[in-house]
Ligand binder design. Structure first.
Ligand code: CO
Ligand code: ZN
Length: 349
């Protein structure tokens, strides 16, 4: 499965080569003008068949959150810093892989009789990565400052409907975009962008949008599902809190987030397309977070933009969950949109 290959590939922001190579071979023969732009993003064009001339950018980011080695202590442990938004709460005991050789390591996890991490969450500056080295010299032969560090995580199927893995943000978007290209062409021209450096500030998408100069953009994302089970809830309660974005609810359409207000015409179009095709969907109204659309909608003279996201539980962790049904519904919505979008949809009411 392509999603497995993409999930297990290593590509912390600025070091997306392994992901890029998987994508280049997967889209070979399914698009034209395939190129690597000066930032490292992959762009490609699939001409449409509908004659409207509409140029629709589809963007998904190749990079994932992780860490970077900043130095080696005399005892052979590694100092490190975050690349992108990693939650301090998941650090102690975390298994990681370091550098091009994928050296295994574990983030220190203090024994219970050490008091420094018992009561509060350990800060990253007080933690080190242990690679089993006995000294600075020993460690220096294996890793160096600047090496990227990723979650050590294997992809797997969980139950009948769920998939588990790392980097679903945004390898699931990359997988959807490959499936879209392989399933084309569509009525409109598809301008595909597999972008770099989203997690550190939407940087690749800004350049890709300037270069592709689309009429419209859809960003394909993995987003936070707010349906994490509540262990404090009454186990026998008939009604449970109703999360805004949940696994199994279908693609999430962003209304607004920290980086963008979704173009109202495109939101109306996507809702109408989902309803016309009996595709379940949900509206994402949590104002935290941002996506590549934050950069794309302000590129050039402005690009009407919307975000179509796959709900993922435990996102930005080594063990995110997503649903196969959501994947199928999200792909169906994107493809229906590409076959029904016309300039009329962009009329102001
Ligand atoms: Co992210
Ligand atoms: Zn993302």
């Amino acid at each position: 499965m392509l999603l497995q290959e993409l999930s297990e590939a290593v590509g912390v922001s600025g070091d997306e080569e392994a992901v890029r190579n998987i994508i280049l071979s997967a889209i070979d023969g399914h698009a034209e003008h395939i190129r690597i732009d000066p930032m490292g993003s992959v762009t490609a064009v699939q001409p449409g068949t509908g004659g409207s001339g509409l140029r629709v950018m589809l963007a998904a980011h190749m990079d994932e959150i992780g860490f970077m080695v900043t130095g080696v202590d005399s005892d052979g442990t590694l100092r490190f810093t975050k690349v992108g938004g990693v939650d301090d709460r998941i650090l102690p005991g975390l298994r990681v892989r370091i550098g091009a050789d994928q050296i295994p390591g574990v983030i220190l996890w203090g024994p219970i009789h050490k008091t420094w991490e018992q009561k509060s969450i350990a800060k990253i500056t007080s933690l080190r990565i242990d690679i089993g080295a006995s000294s600075k010299d020993d460690a220096n032969g294996k890793v160096k400052a600047g090496d990227r560090v990723v979650f050590d995580s294997r992809f797997m199927e969980v139950g009948d409907k769920m998939l588990r893995g790392k980097a679903f943000d945004d390898r699931v978007g990359c997988s959807l975009l490959v499936d879209v290209l392989q399933g084309g062409p569509y009525a409109v021209d598809v301008l595909a962008a597999f972008t770099v450096q989203e997690e550190v500030g939407l940087r690749g998408a800004r350049v890709a949008a300037q270069t592709l100069d689309p009429d419209v953009a859809f960003v394909l994302e993995g987003t936070t599902a707010h349906d994490v089970p509540d262990p404090m809830a009454d186990p026998d309660a008939v009604t449970r809190p109703n999360p805004t974005c949940k696994i199994g609810g279908g693609p999430a359409l962003t209304v607004m987030d920290r980086s963008m207000v979704t173009d109202p015409r495109l939101l109306r179009f996507l809702r109408g397309t989902a309803e016309a095709n009996s595709i379940p969907y949900q509206l994402k109204t949590a104002l935290g977070g941002g996506t590549d659309a934050g950069a794309i909608h302000q590129a050039n003279a402005g690009v009407p933009s919307a975000v179509i996201s796959m709900p993922c539980r435990y996102i930005h962790s080594p063990s995110a969950y997503l649903s196969r049904d959501d994947y199928a519904h999200t792909l169906k919505l994107i493809q229906a949109a590409l076959n029904s979008l016309t300039p009329d949809a962009l009329a102001w009411e």
